[in-house]
Design a binder for this molecule. Structure first.
Ligand SMILES: [Zn+2]
Length: 82
């Protein structure tokens, strides 16, 4: 058991290319979506006429969305999973 890596050590071993900035990051990747599903399913024409999307806010018709983050603590890790 003493040779098993800690959660912190495991989190530090991840290397991934970020889909937002395209840089390679080291650490635990976060799960995120660019748009709410309501907006993602719109056609290009519908996006121009009934939808608007910014980094934290989105509107589709009368539906409004705000981006939020959910931090999930990991036992033994210094940073939460987001
Ligand atoms: Zn990035």
């Amino acid at each position: 058991m003493a040779d098993e890596p800690t959660a912190t050590a495991v989190a530090g071993t991840f290397r991934f290319q970020c889909s937002s900035c395209h840089k390679v990051h080291v650490g635990s990747p976060s799960v995120a979506y660019r748009f709410p599903d309501h907006y993602a399913q719109l056609t290009d024409e519908e996006r121009k006429t009934i939808g608007t999307a910014q980094s934290d806010f989105c509107q589709v018709g009368d539906d409004y969305f705000i981006r939020t983050l959910l931090e999930v603590p990991i036992i033994g890790a210094s940073a939460p999973f987001v």
